[in-house]
Structures are given as structure tokens and as C-alpha cells.
Design a protein around this ligand. Sequence first.
Ligand code: ZN
Length: 147
Amino acid sequence: MQTLYREVILDHAQKPRNFGPLANATHAAEGINPLCGDKLHLYVYVSDDRIENVSFEGSGCAISMASASLLTETLSQVSVREAADLVHAVTARLTQDESAPTTLVDLSRLRALDGVRQHPSRVKCATLAWKALQAALDQSPTTATTE
Ligand code: ZN
């Protein structure tokens, strides 16, 4: 199973889904993980309180790029409220926080990221895109950072 998940990560890192700016984005945020040098820009198009489209661009390690790519696939057609719960659920899952809230969104494709739990230094690479998403939805003017 470990091998399978590694392949999912590499596949998403090499061929990131929804990569590039979103012309009609209603929300956007930048995320930086100074520990690893990962940088990304996340774009979200929200209509009627639903996330219609998410894209990202940036550069960094395979885990940070794969996590962002998986995020864009997971978040399409999710309500803004559900997305906030999802950010909480995913970051809790990656940091093994037992208080993780439940979410109705299917997280199965994110299982590929579970391996980072064994590597605490990589957890921030995996959570970066999710922190950027939160900043975008909060319309926070600051840059999201993992530090
Ligand atoms: Zn990284």
C-alpha cells in the first residue's frame, strides 16, 4: 500500500491537476512553507456559496504539489461551509489531532497523504495548500504560512 500511495503522490506532483491561474477567481491566497521552500498560490471561484472551481500554481516538493493537486480535485462542488470543515478535518488528520471533526466530503483520495504522519517535518508540506485555502476563503489579506 505504501508503494501505491507513493505513486499517487508522484503522479500528482508530476502532473498537477488544475494547475495555473483561474481567470474568474473570487478568492485567492498565497501559501509559503519556509522550512521546505514550498510556495503556492491558490485560486478559488465561489458562486452561490459553492466552490465551483479551484486551481493553484507554485513550486515546491512533491508532497506540497501533490497535496495542492489533490485539494483542487476534492474541493470542486463543495459548499464554502463544508470546505472550512474539510480544511479542519484534513489538517487534523495529518497532524493526528484526535479532535478531528467529521466531514461529509469523501476524503478517500487524500489517503495518499497519510504517509506524511510518519515524517513530522513533511506534515507542513502537506498542510500548506489547505492553510492557503482557508486564508483564501477567509479573504485574509496576509500570506498563509506554516510557521
Ligand atoms: Zn515541502
